[in-house]
Design a protein around this ligand. Structure first.
Ligand code: AP5
Ligand code: MG
Length: 222
């Protein structure tokens, strides 16, 4: 069997999944696959998928499973995912988790599921202060991880913007949707022996070091 490595990052909106996935991508040589980023890319390019996704994202609701699952299936077949991937924001309910099990079964299944814990109050603070680079998607925070120059990405000089769904009322619904639909995945992956839990209420670097230690401990990364 051609074994591949698939990490699923779990955590409430704002837990730091995207931030950690981008750092892991460089260290492990696996691509970050963020369903939220793919929807935003499609929205920017005004594709049919982007326009469909927007109506759900604006409300903080999940985009329908059929569309999302097909999109991830296609993405996992691209050349850069031949060794595996870091999944960020997928799966988000049990139907998606079962679909991912089927997609990855020929390659040994999901390897490990790190769950990043932060409080809901911290999630609100992190999300409402988040800024994202319009061109490369790098993630900043006006207070916790500020760019060197205000409003400008330190990596490629792109413009930093605030996501439309980062308004407090939408964030509250995203948290509600997380607890209702995504949190059952904690039990799902625990029962499979794949869950590892981390305290996300520390510096970005310290969460990253612990993540690397956990991956090495479980022998899913060197
Ligand atoms: P998505 O883009 O996945 O958003 P999310 O899950 O709500 O998660 P976030 O991106 O808000 O948080 P994050 O954990 O990545 O945190 P980040 O690293 O940015 O999804 C958006 C929408 O798309 C959904 O609502 C849905 O509509 C749709 N969608 C996506 N996937 C779907 C799916 N599978 N099915 C159906 N629909 C789907 O960090 C947050 C902030 O905190 C940043 O400012 C960062 O700089 C800061 N920060 C990070 N770490 C730290 C730290 N350790 N200390 C201090 N600050 C920190
Ligand atoms: Mg994210």
């Amino acid at each position: 069997m051609n074994r591949r490595t698939f990490f699923v990052l779990l955590g409430v909106p704002g837990a730091g999944k995207g931030t950690q996935a981008k750092l892991l991508e460089d260290r492990l040589g696996l691509p970050q696959i963020s369903t939220g980023d793919i929807f935003r890319y499609n929205l920017k390019n005004k594709t049919e998928l982007g326009l469909l996704a927007q109506s759900y994202m604006d409300k903080g609701e999940l985009v329908p499973d059929e569309v999302t699952i097909r999109m991830v299936e296609d993405r996992l077949q691209q050349a850069d995912a031949l060794q595996g991937a870091i999944l960020d924001g997928f799966p988000r309910n049990l139907i998606q988790a079962e679909a991912l099990d089927q997609m990855t079964a020929p390659y040994g299944g999901v390897s490990l599921v790190p769950l990043i814990h932060i409080s809901d109050e911290d999630a609100m603070l992190r999300i409402t202060g988040r800024r994202v680079c319009r061109s490369c998607g790098a993630v900043y925070h006006i207070e916790f991880n500020p760019p060197k120059k205000e409003g400008v990405c330190g990596l490629d000089g792109g413009e930093l913007y605030q996501r439309d769904d980062d308004k407090p009322e939408t964030v509250r619904n995203r948290l509600y949707v997380y607890y209702k639909q995504t949190s059952p995945l904690v039990g799902y992956y625990f029962a499979k022996g794949l869950l590892v839990e981390l305290d996300g209420n520390r510096s970005i670097e310290s969460v990253q070091s612990e993540l690397m230690e956990l991956l090495a401990e479980k022998e899913v990364a060197q």
